[in-house]
Design a protein around this ligand. Structure first.
Ligand code: NAD
Ligand code: DAU
Length: 331
């Protein structure tokens, strides 16, 4: 199988490429990535001899067309992914998430190639903090941020191209990922590297917002299950039943890193901050037999902390610039 992985130099894509090479050695992997601030050639350095890495924009129809033409399937991770960046400057999100996905769709339509589109639970908006309700495949779309609205738009394009043109596509909407190679702008790596650089962790607002955490390897295993046996035209929700408030996660990090539970700062809250995300993964479990392997959040978090301790050369060059941008916004 010849697999084209867009965004394969970002957090989830990098982990997908690494696990694909070890678990599916028969697959020939090509990565298409623009190597934006969020993409890193270094993340793919351990497998550089085993893949083809093409530096290019998913909105470039010529590049995308020629790579899709020589592929059997496309797994589409490439996107602008950070909510705070979208609030600050939405334009790149329109370009990569909407025009980029449109360009991929036109190429897979022309060449008759199978597509898996990677999306997010944020397309459903948020849930009340105190309820038991969870997102399902039939929850209406209700995105709140410039990021989630562009991901919702991309999902809509995929659904329309599937119905109108018969494109062989599946979609997955996953909850919050954690694990190695995640950019230090994101919540868990930001707090770990704040402690490692002598800064105090930063919590938005009161820290009561809830996220449903999943280890990146469990997300990627689900993507493989859907690519292999998912029903074309379907949407699958991916989640690992692991809801936690931000303050709980932060205090886990502080405890595992030997700091006091109150050794952090409350900072300006995110504008329009979604309250709670929660995924009901029943369909994925029942139909495709997927189960998360990393069910002990604390041990996954401990391993993630160890990874950041042992890979300072990967994240240290990014850290000061990220913190300056947050400081300008009072965060
Ligand atoms: P990331 O920001 O770490 O990586 C994104 C990658 O896409 C980078 O390598 C970047 O260079 C590349 N990219 C961006 N614009 C591009 C363009 N125009 N052309 C080519 N490459 C481009 O993001 P991530 O956290 O790895 O997320 C990957 C995908 O998974 C995204 O579609 C995101 O919406 C989705 N997702 C993420 C999470 C999460 O918790 N991180 C959860 C659910 C879904
Ligand atoms: O739910 C899936 C989504 O998860 C993905 O689609 C996004 O690409 C991914 O970035 C993530 O979005 P979030 O906005 O939930 O993740 P983030 O890491 O930015 O923040 C997690 C929570 O922590 C959120 O409630 C905001 C809060 N936060 C974040 C940062 C960076 C803080 O309290 N302090 C911080 O410094």
């Amino acid at each position: 199988m010849r697999l084209l992985v867009t965004g394969g130099a970002g957090f989830i894509g990098t982990n997908f490429v690494h696990s694909t090479l070890s678990q599916h050695p028969e697959v020939a992997v090509t990565v298409l990535d623009a190597l934006t601030y969020a993409g890193s050639r270094e993340s793919l350095a351990p497998v550089a001899d085993d893949i083809r890495l093409v530096e290019g924009d998913i909105a470039d129809a010529a590049v995308v067309g020629s790579l899709v033409a020589e592929s059997d399937a496309v797994v589409h991770f490439a996107a602008e992914s950070h909510v705070d960046n979208a609030l600050n400057d939405p334009e790149p999100f329109l370009h990569s998430n909407v025009v980029g996905t449109f360009t991929i769709l036109e190429a897979v339509r022309r060449h008759g190639v199978r597509l898996h589109h990677v999306s997010t639970d944020e397309v459903y908006g948020d849930l009340p903090l105190d309820g038991a309700q969870r997102f399902t495949e039939t929850t209406p779309y209700n995105p709140s941020s410039p990021y989630s609205s562009t991901k919702a738009a991309s999902d809509m394009l995929v659904r329309a191209w599937t119905r109108s043109y018969g494109v062989a596509a599946t979609i997955s909407n996953c909850s919050n990922n954690y694990g190695p190679y995640q950019h230090v702008e994101k919540f868990i790596p930001r707090q770990i590297t704040n402690v490692l650089t002598g800064r105090r962790p930063k919590l938005y607002g009161r820290g009561v917002n809830v996220r449903d955490w999943i280890h990146v390897d469990d997300h990627n295993a689900a993507v493989w299950r859907i690519l292999a046996d998912g029903q074309v035209g379907r949407t699958y929700l991916i989640g690992a039943d692991s809801e936690r408030s931000n303050i709980t996660v932060l205090q886990d990090i502080l405890r595992l890193m030997g700091r006091d539970a109150d050794d952090f700062e409350h900072v300006t809250d995110r504008s329009g901050h979604d309250l709670r995300y929660a995924i009901d993964p029943t369909v994925l479990r029942d139909e495709l037999g997927w189960r998360p392997q990393h069910t002990d959040f604390e041990s996954g978090l401990r391993a993630t902390i160890e990874w950041y301790k042992n890979n300072e050369s990967w994240w240290a060059p990014l850290k000061d610039a990220v913190e300056s941008r947050y400081e300008e916004r009072g965060q």
